[in-house]
Design a protein around this ligand. Structure first.
Ligand SMILES: Cc1ncc(COP(=O)(O)O)c(C=O)c1O
Length: 391
């Protein structure tokens, strides 16, 4: 069978996720990986999860293993609704925030629609929405997030929606300022454009003051997505959408076709952990551990990276983005880094229009402080050797 003649046209826009391929190499124990977006598994509260599973099976009983409503488990929806001061009807539970983004794309976007994204942006959003045949309009960004004042040239293209991660963006780690949040909502209202606010990292703040969600500024134009992946554990695959009821209703129809509902058992476990004190204890522990790892990485970068390199200084989340001198190409440098048993993701992956060749994304949540210090020293060596060779 020549499958290429059988595959749907939209598969032409599907690509292998380079990061997932790379992660295979990083499974070797001697490799220090700054590549994936993984939480620190050694911190997972295993005993609390064991107890939560038992509690769910004892109290919810066989219903915890039964088919459930597409919208999600009522108690969990109510718990999320309370955080956002909305009704249960404004909340849909999804199989991770990734499914939320996939479903949002399916219900909002037609082929040829234009979508504004930060440049660079979250790679798996591009993977989810590219097969829909949309055109991405890259918006410039700086250390304060998307440059909302730089959107002017895009209005004549009549974008239908804008996707962004205002808190601790992946891959830059940047946070959108309050003034920009307010201005963005004004612009969205003026131009009749939906705003998709992706917020998996918002609770992981290590410095600076919290800012209001875009959804809190205007719940009519914003579709908000969140997740337990980064604040509990990603293996649960429990995320959510908060939006106007008519948006939720459409998303429910799309989700019904996609997977009927998110795992009933996992929703109950997440609900138990969110309400029995585990989440409230675990998040501060993560903030301390990841905050220390971020600081350790910033110190090591200052110590070991060559002159001419710069990097973002995130207030939270899991990533920072390094910019190398213009003549260096992070994709070409990767084999030398892997040879020294250290991994990162070339920043080009996250950019549109072939930009960002001299950038690389570093994750600081997964490696221990000792590994971070050693890994950044190794990377620094690779860069310094290359800098000397190429000058
Ligand atoms: C910006 C962003 N959005 C969404 C997701 C998906 O998260 P989830 O595990 O909830 O599907 C991730 C995961 O890395 C992410 O970085």
């Amino acid at each position: 069978m020549n499958w290429n003649t059988i595959f749907a046209k939209r598969t032409r826009w599907m690509r292998r996720n380079a990061m997932r391929e790379l992660l295979k190499v990083t499974l070797q124990p001697e490799v220090i990986s700054f590549a994936g977006g993984l939480p620190a598994a050694e911190l997972f509260p295993m005993q609390r999860v064991r107890e939560a599973v038992k509690q769910v099976l004892d109290t919810v009983g066989p219903q915890a293993l039964q088919y459930g409503q597409t919208e999600g488990v009522g108690g969990l929806r109510d718990w999320i609704a309370r955080q956002f001061r909305v009704q249960r009807e404004n909340v849909l539970i999804t199989s991770g925030a990734q499914q939320a983004l996939d479903l949002i794309g399916r219900v909002l976007l037609n082929e040829g629609d234009r979508v504004i994204v930060e440049n660079p942006t979250y790679l798996a959003l591009l993977s989810a929405w590219r097969p829909l045949g949309v055109e991405f309009l890259p918006a410039p960004s700086d250390t304060d997030g998307m440059r909302v004042d730089g959107l002017e040239p895009l209005w004549p293209r009549q974008p239908k929606c804008i996707y962004l991660t205002p808190n601790f963006q992946n891959p830059q780690g940047t946070t959108l300022t309050l003034a920009r949040r307010e201005r963005l909502i004004e612009l969205a209202r003026k131009h009749g454009m939906a705003v998709v606010e992706d917020n998996p990292y918002g609770e992981l703040r290590y410095s600076g003051a919290s800012l209001p969600h875009l959804f809190e500024i205007d719940g009519n134009v914003v579709i908000h997505t969140g997740s337990f992946s980064k604040v509990l554990m990603p293996g649960l695959r429990v995320g959510w959408v908060v939006a106007a009821q008519e948006v939720i209703d459409k998303l429910v129809q799309a989700k019904q076709a996609a997977d009927l509902h998110t795992s009933t058992l996992n929703q109950h476990i997440a609900f138990e952990l969110a309400t029995n004190g585990c989440l409230a204890e675990f998040v501060p522990l993560l903030r301390r551990a990841y905050g220390e790892r971020r600081d350790c990485m910033l110190t090591a970068l200052a110590q070991h990276f060559p002159q001419g390199a710069s990097w973002t200084r995130p207030d939270g989340g899991m990533f920072l983005l390094v910019t190398l001198p213009k003549h260096l190409n992070a994709t070409e440098l990767l084999p030398a880094a892997l040879e020294r048993k250290v991994a990162y993701v070339p920043g080009e992956e996250f950019h549109l229009n072939g930009e960002g060749r001299n950038t690389l994304r570093l994750n600081f949540s997964n490696a221990t402080p000792e590994q971070i210090a050693a890994g950044i020293a190794r990377l620094g060596d690779v860069l310094k050797n290359t800098t000397v060779d190429t000058v």
